[in-house]
Design a protein around this ligand. Structure first.
Ligand code: TRP
Length: 448
């Protein structure tokens, strides 16, 4: 076997893992979840969920990945002590690969819309209003075209491998994302109405706290940290033994929650600026409009109302969304591609082409019966499968994997860890606490 690729540096890994974590879930999902769940109360519960539940699960993936240095299927087989658990590992792993691919098939559609709106801003700048009309109309042709363009971008990065693809592009795109976001926040803060939005975002409205809030916060944390499907596992498998895993995990969690919080400083005030400029921001039942209408109607009408500078703001905003999507989508495609490269004769280019083509086909089917399939696939993957896969990975880490090997792996790159609380708390924590808590929240949400 050819020697396995690795991230070239710690920063490279953090950029890639943060790039995976930071996506539409942070910039769109988190702020709107916050707004519809009572503001700062949700932020608080989200932080607790991210550090107490998602972080331990993230660590499980990173540790399994680096120890077995392989894709999720091979990794779960590798840490299994006997035939039955190897079979279970294969099943769980393959299910994870399937869910990662399905997540990409709906994510690619949404990201395609971002690309279309990005080009719409360009069309406006050069006075091409006919094209601009087509770009923002919801047609099957437009949807397939831009989903396809986005998939090609994703595939071309993955085909170039770890250091020359994932690491190189994450390291270029993530700083850009931060700069665009900060520039947009500064601009929105100067607009009338922004401070009202800031108040809604930062002042907790206790009356809105419902049980659904805790479940929403958990789902949000799992999606945002890309957990359960083997994304973080495979990124961990490209990490050097010298790295201190618990610390890297904290860095990724901190960056992810930090960016989600910062995105809220942009989106919520922007919604209230739109209201100030005459746009309706509440649905008939009095809730804040949070779905696709927010991104594709409320914000565009805000950009329109800004005058000359509006198209530039629109361009910056959709560039931000496209970049965030791309550094996430590559991490989803890497899951099936790493399996194919390691377990079949296909090389990386061939594997990327075939799997990318299959996922393109899946997305096209979803677009063909959009009304029935789109919401269904999102629920199937993020509401039902991700938490259950998260539980399965905790069980593999806590119950199936030999405890000494687990402890050896944590020690690698951090020999003095035995004195830390991580060493004392985490192994038992993923064994009992995490699975039970995730399952409780899961049954709550399915029952509700
Ligand atoms: N975390 C990304 C976001 O917030 C999405 C994402 C990337 C993801 N890889 C994943 C979600 C794997 C689930 C599983 O948008």
């Amino acid at each position: 076997m050819a020697s396995r690729e690795q991230f070239s540096s710690r920063t490279g890994f953090i950029m890639a893992a943060a790039g995976s974590a930071i996506g539409l879930g942070n910039i769109w999902g988190f702020p709107t979840n916050t707004a519809s769940n009572g503001g700062a109360a949700f932020v608080l519960v989200y932080f607790v969920m991210a550090f107490c539940l998602a972080y331990p699960a993230l660590m499980a993936e990173l540790i399994i990945g680096r120890h077995s240095r392989s894709n999720i299927v091979t990794a779960l087989r590798f840490i299994s002590p006997n035939k039955a658990t190897r079979l279970l590992g294969t099943g769980v792993g393959l299910y994870g690969v399937l869910i990662a691919s399905l997540i990409l098939s709906f994510y690619g559609i949404v990201a395609g819309w971002m690309v279309a709106y990005l080009l719409e801003a360009v069309a406006e700048m050069i006075g091409w209003s006919e094209a601009s009309h087509w770009l923002t109309g919801f047609s099957f042709e437009r949807n397939v075209l831009f989903m396809g363009v986005f998939m090609l971008l994703t595939m071309s990065i993955i085909a170039s491998g770890i250091e020359g693809g994932i690491e190189k592009w994450s390291t270029r795109l993530m700083p850009m994302l931060l700069v665009i976001m900060v520039a947009l926040i500064i601009y929105v803060f100067t607009q009338p109405g922004a401070m009202e939005g800031l108040r809604v975002y930062l002042l907790p409205d206790i009356s809105q706290i419902k049980p659904a809030l805790i479940i929403d916060a958990m789902g949000q944390a799992f999606f945002s940290l890309s957990l359960g499907v083997g994304t973080m596992l495979v990124y961990g498998s490209y990490l050097s033994n010298k790295e201190n895993l618990p610390k890297l995990g904290v860095a990724v969690t901190l960056v992810d929650t930090g960016i989600a919080f910062t995105a809220g400083l942009l989106i919520i005030p922007a919604i209230y600026v739109a209201q100030h400029n005459g746009t309706t921001i509440f649905a008939e039942d009095g809730s804040l409009i949070a779905g696709p209408d927010l991104i594709f109607q409320i914000l565009p009408s805000l950009f329109d109302s800004m005058g000359e500078i509006g198209v530039f703001v629109a361009f910056a905003f959709f560039a931000l969304m496209t970049i965030a999507s791309l550094t996430s989508s590559i991490s989803m495609l890497e899951v099936p591609v790493s399996l194919a490269v390691e377990e079949t004769p296909a090389n990386r280019r061939q594997a990327t082409l075939i799997i990318g083509g299959l996922i393109f086909g899946c997305s096209t089917i979803i677009l063909l019966s959009f009304e029935t399939l789109f919401g269904f696939v999102i629920d199937l993957t993020t509401v039902y499968s991700q938490p259950l896969l998260g539980v399965a990975l905790c069980i593999f880490t806590g119950w199936i994997w030999h405890r000494n090997n687990l402890l050896q792996e944590i020690k690698a790159g951090h020999p003095e860890i035995e004195g830390t609380w991580f060493w004392k708390v985490w192994p038992g924590y993923v064994k009992f606490f995490c699975p039970v808590l995730i399952l409780m929240a899961f049954f709550q949400s399915v029952a509700g």
